[in-house]
Design a binder for this molecule. Structure first.
Ligand SMILES: [Cu+2]
Length: 664
């Protein structure tokens, strides 16, 4: 059923892929019309219309931009330590970066998924994936902070992730690298790929009220590489569609060996059926190890728990869960239109764009209109039986498709560096506009939902030669904003992004503005080391640990002088920010500290651990400009030799205080 493509054509394609990056489209210089500036200009004092949440790729972070201005509003630390916010440096946030491999201070963040109610963004949370050490994170849109991170067992390269169902019942994560199952079973020859390597798809449930995540179950599938996915919506709610490449199940020289077949697959999963089997107890428990980390807003502290079991359903044992649909040449994006009827498969080596029909897929299943040959024991629907139609000659290297509210689709083309608009019903190409250059993902606000907002399209580009002032060998990553409100797309802005932007989502500012938390209520602070007023500040010795209960308020710390610390001591500064005023954080830094700073929000308590490495005088100071007297917000810690007779004491002004007796 599969035909091989000949070597010369593969070579030509490789050349096109290589050369495209270095070619500058002829019209690159003056593609912007004269009134473009007024369309993106947001006057001082005015808000942007949309929040745009953009994946930060290998930075491991999520960034937030305003649209249409392209202004960077915030970088939200998720998987990587962030010295600006002290993320991963404070004792309270370190557990967030714990995994079954220990503390992992980095990941590769690719995709962004907003929580949904009835197929529309509800503005509660945004989910992001850690591609490298498979993890899924939930960011709270009330605080713009990472609230939870869950590691995914039996997975490697969490690329096909995170994609949510219509009401965020599940956030789904498919493994990019098929691997043998976790544990000792993974010690097998690589050459036994076809026998031992399996794909796993994690269904992570989300509590509607609290957002708490939990790995509900995993599906064990044939050993393909899952690339991307989308859930069905509307009529196709209850189904999931995954793009798969390497249906050849090759394990070496994938560039050639995973491109042999003329068609790979879209894997259609009836997840409601899978859920029924799980509820009926058909899943098998497997011993695994994965971390589940949560941040508690009351104690201002994260906890990390290592979990040891997951429930796995082997899809080859349940014939009505999974169906393969042939899709030409290494599908990348797999996108479902707002009605839920049309599924677009973007074969990145294909010269056409297949659009599949949900109704036809259901009909084919009912009539068993399958290929005579199964794939790894699972039915393969005949291509023509599932196909609605093909967009002919759309461009080269299709990657991703988003939708507007008027029945149009927009697809990014990496090789030909363009965005192409086409009509979903008649599959006619309506417009094409160049990108500068080599576009990857694209995003329309609400473009993956049942009700897209339309208006703008943002292209996220991989190579930006000549768009910005050069910055040495590496140039800024780039986003390009197009106005799509008319018949023709119009490029209206370039803006740089932190690297490397993959997918993004945007929601109207009005959805998030009323939810914003301005302060943490100091009375609700349940941190065990909080000092809720200067009267509660103290210094305690517990063996070689010194706990400093210290407060910050404009413009001093209490205490600001500490003596009696000795070499060999571990000093814990528990800093409580007493402010109850919006946008008045305080920072905390110590000379010579081997980690980072703290950045403490109003009403919050955070802890910096410091192990002095020499005797002498060590200034502490506020790192975040907080008032006209911010420079005065400082103090001293004196460190004496081990066994010194300097008593542990602390003071503010002329009020010296003796430390409480040592506690063992
Ligand atoms: Cu300050």
């Amino acid at each position: 059923m599969f035909t091989k493509i000949n070597k010369p054509s593969l070579l030509i394609l490789s050349l096109v892929l290589l050369s495209a990056a270095s070619c500058k489209p002829k019209s690159a210089g003056n593609a912007v019309s004269k009134d473009a500036a007024s369309k993106v200009y947001v006057p001082p004092g005015k808000y942007d219309e949309f929040y745009n949440f953009v994946s930060g790729g290998f930075s491991g972070q999520l960034s937030v931009y305003g649209l249409p201005s392209g202004r960077l509003l915030r970088v939200i630390p998720v998987f990587s330590v962030d010295p600006e916010k002290g993320w991963g440096y404070s004792e309270e946030t370190k557990p967030m970066l714990n995994t079954s491999h220990g503390f992992v201070p980095w990941d590769d963040l690719h995709h962004v998924e907003m929580s949904m109610t009835d197929g529309q963004a509800d503005g509660k949370w945004v989910f992001v994936n850690g591609n490298n050490t498979p993890r899924l994170a939930r960011v709270d849109l009330k605080t713009f902070r990472t609230a939870e991170i869950i590691e995914l067992p039996n997975s490697a390269g969490n690329h096909s992730s995170p994609f949510g169902t219509e009401n965020s019942e599940y956030i789904v994560a498919g493994t990019r690298f098929s691997v043998p199952e976790d544990g000792e079973a993974g010690d097998v020859p690589i050459s036994t790929y076809k026998e031992n390597f399996k794909g796993h798809i994690s269904f992570v449930s989300v509590n509607k009220e609290t957002g708490d995540m939990n790995i509900a179950f995993q599906l064990k599938t044939p050993g393909v590489n899952f690339d991307l996915a989308r859930s069905g919506k509307g009529k196709s709610n209850g189904w999931f569609f995954f793009s798969c490449y390497n249906s050849e199940q090759a394990n070496t020289l994938l560039e050639v060996n995973a491109s042999k077949r003329d068609k790979d697959f879209i894997m259609a999963v009836n997840w409601k059926k899978a859920e029924e089997y799980i509820k009926a107890g058909k899943g098998k428990k497997q011993a695994v190890k994965y971390a589940h980390n949560k941040y508690d807003e009351q104690t201002h502290t994260a906890t990390s728990e290592i979990k040891t079991e997951v429930t796995v359903l082997d899809v080859t044992e349940f014939p009505d869960i999974v169906y393969f649909i042939p899709c030409p040449k290494s599908p990348h994006g797999c996108d479902v239109d707002p009605t839920g009827e049309y599924i677009v498969g973007s074969g990145k080596l294909a010269a056409l764009l297949p659009v599949f029909s949900y109704d036809k897929i259901q009909k084919a299943i009912a009539e068993k209109n399958f290929e005579p040959e199964k794939y790894s024991g699972l039915p393969v629907i005949k291509y023509e039986a599932a196909l609605y139609g093909e967009v002919q000659k759309p461009g080269l290297g299709p990657l991703h498709t988003e939708f507007d509210a008027n029945g149009n689709a927009y697809t990014s083309f990496f090789v030909s560096s363009e965005v192409v608009k086409w009509n979903i019903k008649d599959l006619k190409v309506l417009d094409r506009q160049p990108t500068y250059y080599s576009v990857g993902h694209l995003m329309i606000p609400g473009g993956n939902t049942k009700k897209p907002f339309g208006k703008y399209l943002v292209a996220y580009n991989k190579i930006t030669k000549d768009r910005y002032l050069p910055t040495g060998p590496e140039l800024s990553q780039s986003a390009q904003l197009y106005d799509i409100s008319g018949d023709k797309m119009e490029l209206i802005l370039d803006f740089p992004t932190i690297g490397e932007p993959h997918y993004a989502q945007a929601v109207p500012a009005s959805l998030l503005l009323p939810k914003q938390l301005k302060i943490f209520d100091i009375n609700a602070n349940r941190h065990p080391y909080a000092a809720k007023g200067e009267a509660e500040t103290k210094v305690i010795r517990r063996g070689n640990q010194i706990h400093v209960y210290i407060t910050a308020v404009r413009s001093h710390f209490a205490p600001d002088n500490i003596e009696g610390v000795q070499l060999g001591d571990e000093v814990y500064f528990h800093v409580t920010n007493l402010e109850q005023d919006w946008d008045v954080p305080h920072g905390f830094g110590v000379k010579g500290a081997a980690n980072g700073e703290l950045l403490i929000m109003p009403g919050e308590t955070l802890t910096l651990k410091w192990i002095p490495d020499r005797t002498g005088m060590f200034p502490i100071y506020c790192t975040d400009f907080c008032s006209a007297l911010h420079q005065e917000m400082s103090g001293y810690v004196r460190v004496s030799p081990k066994g010194s007779n300097v008593p542990l004491s602390f003071s503010l002004g002329d009020k010296p205080k003796k430390a409480e007796p040592a506690v063992q």
